[in-house]
Design a protein around this ligand. Structure first.
Ligand SMILES: O=P(O)(O)O[C@H]1[C@H](O)[C@@H](O)[C@H](O)[C@H](O)[C@@H]1O
Ligand SMILES: [Mg+2]
Ligand SMILES: [Mg+2]
Length: 289
């Protein structure tokens, strides 16, 4: 039977490579940094340029498709999933790393619910997954770790960009609880998508975060599940990509141990009305790095 999504995904992979070239070039020059929801929620002209490049390129080929892009939503576009084919885009996942030229930077493209693409441009790793057809890195099949004892696990997480002391306290309580399970170690790549690709690759057993956005996790969610992993909400049950909470693990056993360990809270949903999303604008400024 003809495969309607194959050429679409080939196009997504080609755009992700182009996005990676733009990001790599920008890493060699100055980067103009401004902030969004908090003083540490960073954005650069490259995030905006790459998102436009991706959207224009998809629009030319697929004029009826819709988009949820991190920087378009920041500029006031809606963040609602409909029945139309919708691309979910994070032009640079790991903007803080990008600003500091630190290790990992990815671009993520997801076409709900058919495929996910995460390109880690510095290490030139192209992670891909098609629904029901497995997950791959540079064409090699991915498989999650078989280690089900959380005491022998590495768990990845991030601190996010919310600096409200009450939120930070909860993040640290969770971190303390996870460390005291005990686990072998806690790591963080600085990119939700990369942390999830590490789960899919079997390098870490699990990743959890509260405060992520749909564009951080949509593409990598398919990559994790196609590599044999599981996705779960931090209070158990099905993950809701708009809820800003996620556990991605190698197994139900490890995910359920984390559910018992994490101190859960609920940030404003991505699909909430813009007036319900708290924005702190006191920090807005632009600077060159
Ligand atoms: O804003 P970008 O796209 O770089 O993405 C986010 C990361 O992916 C989070 O895991 C991480 O915790 C941060 O919140 C970061 O902002
Ligand atoms: Mg992101
Ligand atoms: Mg981003």
């Amino acid at each position: 039977m003809a495969d309607p999504w194959e050429s679409t995904m080939d196009h997504a992979v080609a755009i992700a490579r182009k996005a990676g070239e733009v990001v790599r070039d920008a890493l060699r020059g100055d980067r103009m940094v401004t902030t969004k929801s908090s003083a540490v929620d960073l954005v650069t002209q490259t995030d905006q340029k790459v998102e436009q490049l991706i959207i224009q390129s998809v629009k030319e080929k697929f004029p009826t498709h819709r988009f949820i892009g991190e920087e378009s939503v920041a500029a006031g576009e809606s963040c609602i999933l409909s029945d139309s084919p919708t691309w979910i885009i994070d032009p640079i996942d790991g903007t803080t790393n990008f600003v500091h030229t630190h290790l990992t930077v990815t671009s993520t493209l997801d076409l709900q619910v058919e495929f996910g693409v995460v390109y880690s441009c510095i290490e030139d790793k192209m992670f891909t997954a098609r629904r029901g057809r497995g997950a791959f890195c540079n064409g090699e099949p991915l498989q999650v770790s078989q280690q089900k004892a959380v005491e022998q696990a590495i768990v990845a997480t991030e601190f996010g960009s919310d600096r409200d002391p009450e939120v930070v306290d909860k993040i640290f309580q969770s971190l303390r609880n996870v460390l005291c399970l005990p686990v072998h170690g806690v790591r963080g790549a600085g990119s939700a998508a990369m942390n999830m690709c590490l789960v899919a690759s079997g390098c870490v057993e699990a990743y959890y975060e509260i405060g992520v956005h749909v564009w951080d996790v949509a593409a990598a969610s398919l990559i994790v599940s196609e590599a044999g992993g599981v996705l779960m909400d931090v209070e158990g049950g099905e993950v809701d990509l708009m809820s800003r909470r996620i556990i991605a693990a190698n197994s139900k056993t490890v995910a359920e141990r984390l559910v018992k360990t994490i101190v859960a809270f609920s940030p404003p949903r991505d699909d909430a009305a813009p007036s319900d999303r708290c924005e702190d604008s006191t920090h807005l400024s632009a600077r060159k790095v």
